[in-house]
Write a protein that binds this ligand. Sequence first.
Ligand code: BGC
Length: 742
Amino acid sequence: MNVRNILMSAAMAVSTAAIAGTPVYLDSSAPLEKRVEDALSRMTTHEKIRIIHAQSKFSSAGVPRLGIPELWCTDGPHGVRPEVFWDKWKQAGWTNDSCVAFPALTCLAATWDKDLSHLYGKSLGEEARFRGKDVLLGPGVNIYRTPLNGRNFEYMGEDPYLAGKMVVPYIQGLQKNGVAACVKHFALNNNEVNRHYTNVKVDDRTLYEIYLPAFKAAVNEGGAWSIMGAYCLYQDKHLCHNPRMLNDILKGEWGFDGAVISDWGGTHNTGEAVTNGLDLEMGSWTNGLHAGASNAYDNYYMAKPYEDMIAAGKIGTKELDDKARRILRLIFRTAMNNEGGFGSMNSEEHYAAARRIGADGIVLLKNRKNLLPLRNLANGKVLVVGENAIKMMTVGGGSSSLKVQREVLPLDGITAALAGKARVEYQRGYVGDVSGEYNGVTTGQNLAESRPAEKLIADAVAAAKDADYVIFVGGLNKQSGQDCEDSDRKGLGLPYGQDDVISALAAVNPNLIVVNVSGNAVAMPWADKVGAIVQAWFLGSEAGNSIADVLTGKVNPSGKLPFTFPRRLEDVGAHAMGAYPGTKRADSDIWDLSYDEGVLVGYRWFDTKKVKPLFAFGHGLSYTTFEYGKITADSKDMTADGKMTFTVPVTNTGSIAGAEVVQLYITDNKASVMRPAKELKGFDKVFLQPGETKNVTFSVSPEDLAYFDADKHEWIAEPGKFTAHAAAASDDIRSSVSFTLK
Ligand code: BGC
């Protein structure tokens, strides 16, 4: 039991002793709603106000008089953030808050493996529970709309179906520990530039088909206990107190009974916050900044100003009771949850989970003449080039930045894996970012380098000439303007002249493998010149081991891209339409950003407009080969209330075991509205021994065929012909079958 839990139990024992009988709210076997009503009935207005806003950077008050504990939040989606001071962003300097960093969520999405998503949530939940955290600020499921978005690495890709399926087990695994997911950032926070000022204009069809489904799955299937509002605006109202998004859709249509938590500093107005669906205000600076830290929290929009409004009779307490109920529910589900266990931190199981998820999410994009896996080394020379081979990536990137107990660098992972098999040498190749600090956490690495760019390239080229293999490890990093919160990238290209380094290496050694570490697509003008391309993400504590596992063939790659790699930025729907980053209003700071590409996001745009991507959504190679048999349907027709099952046999035709992500896409052959050329409606990851065949089945119902009719405000599946495609990638359909919706 950690210190906080001990203190909490003691406090509860003392204060509840003063209450006659056993209060229902303390009886964990009583129904949740009874407990909530009981607790609420005992609380004063002031106590209710106290629990709906922050009392420190990451906590809100409980009700000490009733033995109801505080609520503690923590970032974030990839690991448990280190402790900061009560009222400062500075490090508190704890020596026991180093964690395991799990791979970024783009990597998790790239596994297309729901079991691994559950393992991820479970492991992270154990770490959070051990640290005494009640709410984990993640996962994020904002749709990948532009490769410039600095926060794409924290999300699950461009497809609402994939993100929706992958987010559910994460939440379930996490919440089993009595730690709430706080799914973020609801919604339409699809870029970082002007994030506090962007007013998104999106039609209802696009909203319901593209931007909401993963959140809806998180709430209705995952059972998420909390959700975080986004910074930006929609219909001219901030999303942390947005009547349509929070009251009508989330709490109305979806019946969400959990708490809406503001993003830190995302609350702007008492009246709106009170009536438009916000339940817990966090991170506001408000006039507390000027009035001093001592009363900062009392001056939050949902603190004294709200209480004063109630006292003056300007507003009733209906909204307050609803908010307090939701916070009590959250506290009972987490801080007062007896079932969650004690959790654990930095266990070897957690490292093993991180390593496995990392390796299974790595995507082999290209492998000319089976250059990979590395083999026949015979004590030869392997040259590793590139800054990302030696740079810690768990520090930086914004609120998801971590303080890790250990981080295996790519160069170290590769060197260890090749020990006794090859001589590993290293060359820097380019200098990118030599800093290594976020919010007071420093990597302690000294990446200083004095050679000029030409010399770095010349040295790398000289060393590459006689190497059996050259492994370039580059890509993006977590610096502002790259894969980092609060800024977007300036372009699709790789920074720091890496294209020149890669081209120079390719010119002298055909066995060049490019390992791209990023959470976003990057331009690869040299793609045809190199032997192999591996998409590695920000992989966390076990990064180097996960990468080495794949390069050496210890793990047969099975990841597939959760978003499209375009050839050029202009090929992406949002950019082709000139719909980024919007237009600043003449009379205010607001930027209007209209999602003019509509539902044609990601591969939906590429397919429908017949634009060839560099690497398609769903693409990923293996060291073995898979043959798809013909897809069959269990009937020719689907009835309006029926289901159909599609079956496709898949055989491992190579000589090693491997896993294949089989994808099912559906085309509406003829529709009364524009529809994307095809849409993902099923996937399954199958593990096959050499020579083994398995039938993969997909169940499809009329809802999977529907589009959202904005006028009628309902999903419509139009009768007529559809085609189901079994595919290895969105641009690699292996066989198709037609059917009719009656
Ligand atoms: C981010 C959130 C994060 C919060 C708390 C905000 O700036 O947008 O994702 O959870 O800070 O650190």
